[in-house]
Write a protein that binds this ligand. Structure first.
Ligand code: GLA
Length: 411
């Protein structure tokens, strides 16, 4: 077809299918080409949120260097809603947000950050607030008019079957695309309907793969919805084939620096972890190209929490432009070894000691499918260890080491 007939076809399409003109194409990879990073209200404040605290957190995100390191979203989670007005427009709770969400978005944007908000594909959210079922287009327009950049869309109160989930998520993502603003869409049905198979097509740029993360290493009770970081890692790590630019597996928030704080992540046995374990979460989430969403009190971070969250070399692995999620190459009762291809033919490898005692480990890179010699840089020690075909060293119990490998040319 020549250009003229293409144009004619386009005009005919618009005449007969006017809706097409309003719906933008599903540009997943342009909306979230890299895993989103930021800070989310839920684990720290639960639903006790207000504009003053969120502004303070936004200030602290800048002052602490979090924004400069890439954590550029503030995600408002559940608890902001104040019902609907007499035209059924969703409104913020006036006691918690007296200046309104638009003013908060302006404030956050003024700091060079973006603002996320939260709703649910049913009548009420998980914490019992007003949600968006039946009001998708109206709410999407409202969010766009507030200059919102991201929507986390939860699934409490919705039916169990997959078909309904696909329909409800697609409805909201269509509404977002029609809203006139680019809004990243985070699907949150906790991996219950295997969203890695359908969520990207339903318009999501990321999807939760598990129930909520608790601030603990491992679920010892066997209770559902009481997962620690190792349990979540073990599910999410197996899903590497589904991730890529604009389509991310989301293993939930970072609990780094919470130290067992009372609240959602402290429930169900969330007794807190030590810094070695928090370092592991940061390492493993970065290797898995997961969204890096901190939830600690960024106003008062101790030196260890800053060291972990602000490790730019580890963040660079997470944010690598190739957008590949690491693959598990070795996985047994004691060791997990992950490999993440990076741009420019480099690799990140991570070695996790799952055991209860410190152990020595030797790994030949050829076991991981990496032949030849590499310059090995330890991304937690921030130094080049040498040029080698292998690595040998001690890994503490529950520690994860991360290395960046650069091929040495020639023999
Ligand atoms: C669910 C989600 C959490 C959080 C709460 C809010 O549990 O999985 O991440 O958003 O709802 O009520």
């Amino acid at each position: 077809m020549n250009r003229k007939s293409n144009l004619l076809l386009f005009i005919l399409c618009l005449v007969f299918f006017p809706g097409l003109a309003q719906v933008k194409p599903n540009n997943n990879s342009q909306l979230a080409p890299l895993p989103p990073m930021g800070w989310m209200t839920w684990n720290f404040f639960a639903d006790n949120i207000n504009e003053k605290d969120i502004r303070e957190m936004a200030d602290a995100m800048v002052a602490s260097g979090m924004v400069e390191a890439g954590y550029n979203y503030i995600f408002i989670d559940d608890g902001w809603q104040g019902g609907r007005d007499n035209r059924n427009n969703i409104i913020a709770d006036p006691a918690k947000f007296p200046s309104g969400i638009k003013a908060l978005a302006d404030y956050v944007h003024g700091k060079g950050m973006k603002l996320g908000i939260y709703s649910d594909a049913a009548q009420l959210t998980c914490a019992g607030y007003t949600a968006s079922l039946g009001f998708e287009e109206q709410d999407a327009k409202t969010f766009a008019s507030w200059d919102i950049d991201y929507l986390k869309y939860d699934y409490c109160g919705a039916p169990k079957d997959s078909a309904t989930a696909v329909a409800r998520y697609t409805k909201m993502s269509d509404a977002l695309r029609k809203s006139g603003r680019d809004i990243v869409f985070g699907i949150c049905e906790w991996g219950q309907r295997k969203p890695w198979h359908w969520a990207a097509e339903a318009g999501g740029q990321l999807w939760r793969t598990t129930y909520d993360v608790r601030d603990k290493w491992k679920n010892l009770s066997g209770q559902e919805n009481a997962e620690g970081i190792l349990d979540i890692f073990d599910v999410n790590a197996g899903l590497h084939a589904f991730a890529g630019p604009g389509r991310w597996n989301d293993p939930d928030m970072l609990v780094v620096g919470l130290y067992g704080r009372k609240g959602p992540s402290g429930d169900l046995g969330g007794i807190g972890m030590n810094d070695i374990e928090y370092q592991s979460q940061m390492s493993l989430w970065s290797m898995m190209a997961a969204p890096l969403v901190a939830t600690n009190d960024v106003r008062y971070m101790n030196a260890e929490t800053s060291r972990i969250l602000l490790n730019k070399e580890v963040i660079a692995v997470n944010q690598d432009a190739l957008g590949k999620q690491a693959e598990r190459k070795i996985n047994n009762a004691t060791w997990t070894v992950l490999v993440k291809p990076l741009q420019n033919d480099e690799y990140a490898i991570a070695i996790l000691n799952r055991g209860e005692t410190a152990r020595n480990y030797t790994i030949g890179f050829s076991e991981l499918g990496l032949d030849g010699k590499y310059e090995v840089r330890d991304l937690w020690a921030h130094k080049v260890l040498g040029k080698s075909q292998s690595w040998k060293g001690k890994v503490q119990s529950h520690e994860t080491k991360v290395f960046r490998l650069k091929k040495v040319k020639g023999k």
